[in-house]
Design a protein around this ligand. Structure first.
Ligand SMILES: *Cc1c(COP(=O)(O)O)cnc(C)c1O
Length: 221
């Protein structure tokens, strides 16, 4: 069950810092979301489309739903009418589909590009080099994804106890973010940090953290 005192203490730690908390509510009951909502939390992160659709239909309409993690192209159409921010766009194919669905619904959808900064071989995310090529392509052709707002970058550090390594990965992503912020007008969000490493992520310049188990306890998976 959600721990409201823990939530308050996390939020209090963000006072005077420019950091937004996305409460990661995947596999958590609606009652827990409502409790945080009553404590002014408006941003929630989910990463299963079916679960997100059910929650979105049943919970307050002003919740800002974030899709975190890998999204299959064929599922974009279900979330396109309402999704607030798609965190973790990891291919051009997905970007193309999001743009198409956004057009259909006559809206612009906020997206972050997922960059894999961790050393381990992950399936998802652009390499830093690929992300740079893509961003330059969009800068050169601003109408390419006319119904997408690329708000910034998202990344996940390695699963390791080696804090120096984690810090280095966050620093590298922050460096890339600041480099592109200068030439990419819509860049304002650097999403990095989860329960285990969010404090370090903020020290390295994150302005959006995605925290689940610290607030809600362990997920039933
Ligand atoms: C589940 C998840 C989180 C939250 O993880 P915790 O360790 O529970 O804070 C953050 N980001 C992504 C992409 C996730 O899938």
């Amino acid at each position: 069950m959600v721990n409201v005192a823990q939530y308050q203490s996390v939020i209090n730690g963000f006072i005077n810092k420019n950091v937004q908390l996305v409460a990661v509510s995947k596999l958590q009951p609606k009652e827990s979301i409502i409790l945080l909502y009553q404590n002014s939390q408006k941003d929630f992160g989910e990463n299963y489309v079916q679960e997100l659709l059910e929650k979105q239909q049943q919970l307050p309409a002003d919740i800002r739903w974030h899709f975190i993690g890998h999204l299959q192209s064929n599922k974009v159409k279900y979330i396109a009418p309402f999704i607030y921010l798609i965190q973790g766009v990891d291919s051009e194919k997905l970007l193309t589909e999001i743009n198409k669905q956004a057009l259909k619904h006559n809206r612009k959808i906020n997206c972050l590009l997922q960059v894999h900064i961790a050393e381990e071989e992950t399936k998802f995310g652009f390499s830093p080099a690929e992300a740079k090529v893509l961003l330059h392509k969009i800068i050169d052709n601003p109408s390419l994804y006319s119904n997408i707002i690329i708000c910034g970058l998202m990344g996940m550090a390695s699963l390791t106890d080696d804090t120096a390594k984690i810090r280095g990965e966050f620093r590298a992503l922050a460096g890339m973010f600041h480099q592109f912020k200068k030439i990419f007008p819509s860049f304002n969000t650097l999403s990095m940090g989860m329960t285990a490493d969010y404090e370090m992520a903020i020290e390295e310049g994150s302005n959006m953290v995605r925290i689940g188990s610290l607030l809600f306890g362990q997920r039933k998976s």
